[in-house]
Design a protein around this ligand. Structure first.
Ligand code: ATP
Ligand code: MG
Length: 355
């Protein structure tokens, strides 16, 4: 299901291109926050949708915060029962792809009380109707396998506003599905400033940074997602990768072309190959040509496995050092707490609650 309008996405894409130019000019002017729910291993959709951008921005010298949204898995029972393991696996994925804890702050929002406290004033700035309309929440609810929808689920976009605004991040590298959430964050920042900011602006209005793959499809032809059994995780081995790609949905037309609107499944595979090879999807499609779905899948398998080989090797090396993983999180939580405490103090002051 496409949860975000094509117009909205294309506007965000052109804005992302402008932002890229500004970032290159002055990387020190930006602060990035983005993150993931610890619901399972990270996959290629995450990687080309947002993870690769995070590492790139970090390496350009942009201050980067990486959030583990552990409160947002309480609605997911299988995960909540093994939360520690999920969080540690997520950190392993981060380290493996090149997030450097010396330069980027990796933290879990449940460990940052002042961040969570922002949720309360923020909740007063949005209406129930606005939360109800959010297409991503609707989609997440539809896929959540819950018997009843909990109140927490409706707070996700507001919680996310607290996640982004606690450190006053202006740039959020995300996939397309996050655009409606980010719109709520921007609304909350604007309304907070209007109501309490007087002549100062307490919060920035953060902008989305979309990648070249804002919606990578999974093996069943719908959005690649941890909870849909259609994902190719970064950490699986080369044989498993080959098996999953062999089973990916394509179409009946033999000649391979790159046409995302008319041939979404085939085009998503072509794009995946192009991203791994750092080439153009039209070139990949032409090269495969009449080789058909079989040849395309062999090409994708080879390029994905080659691209992921060093990431997979690093992951195995880091997995032997569980102490390091815990230390990364402890240090990140400490840094995040210091920033959140300062922001909450400022928020309480402008709200006349400075007692
Ligand atoms: P879940 O099914 O548990 O919601 P998910 O796979 O959708 O998991 P999230 O943790 O919700 O993953 O998303 C993390 C980040 O990855 C977000 O910025 C999201 O936009 C991005 N992302 C997730 N799936 C894709 C995808 N298929 N293509 C591009 N970006 C994606
Ligand atoms: Mg999701």
């Amino acid at each position: 299901m496409n949860t975000t309008g094509a117009l909205e996405t294309s506007a965000a894409q052109s804005r992302s291109a402008e932002l890229e130019k500004l970032i290159l000019k002055e990387p020190g002017q930006f602060r990035v926050l983005t993150g993931d729910r610890p619901t399972g291993r990270l996959h290629l959709g995450h990687y080309f949708g947002t993870l690769h951008n995070r590492v790139r921005l970090q390496d350009l010298g942009v201050e980067t915060f990486v959030l583990i949204a552990d409160y947002q898995v309480l609605t997911d029972r299988d995960v909540a029962e093994n939360l520690t393991e999920h969080v540690e696996e997520l950190i392993l994925d981060y380290l493996a792809i090149g997030i450097d804890p010396e330069r980027s702050t990796i933290f879990a929002h449940s460990a940052v009380p002042a961040l969570n406290q922002l949720l309360l004033p923020f909740m007063s700035l949005v209406s129930v109707a606005e939360l109800n309309r959010n297409p991503t929440v609707k989609d997440e609810i539809a896929h959540s396998r819950q018997a009843a929808v909990s109140g927490l689920m409706f707070t996700y976009p507001v919680h996310q506003a607290a996640d982004i605004l606690f450190c006053k991040a202006g740039l959020v590298p995300v996939g397309q599905d996050q655009l409606p959430h980010l719109e709520i964050t921007r609304t909350i920042a604007r309304r907070f400033n209007d109501r309490y900011g007087k002549h100062t602006s307490v919060f920035p209005q953060p902008e989305a940074l979309l990648s070249a793959a804002p919606l990578l499809l999974g093996t069943d032809g719908t959005k690649m997602s941890k909870s849909r059994n259609n994902a190719i995780a970064l950490s699986i081995d080369a044989d498993e990768t080959a098996r999953l790609i062999r089973g990916a949905k394509t179409d009946a037309e033999r000649r391979i072309t790159y046409d995302p609107a008319a041939r979404p499944e085939v085009s998503s595979l072509v794009l995946l190959s192009a991203l791994c090879e750092d080439s153009d999807p039209h070139t990949v499609a032409e090269e495969v040509g009449v080789g058909g779905g079989g040849a395309l899948k062999r090409r994708v398998t080879e390029s994905v496995n080659e691209y992921l080989a060093p990431i997979r090797a690093r992951r195995q090396a880091y997995a032997r050092d569980r102490r390091l993983i815990r230390e990364v999180l402890r240090a990140g939580n400490e840094r995040a707490n210091a920033i959140a405490d300062a922001t909450l103090k400022e928020v309480r002051a402008v709200m006349n609650a400075d007692y």
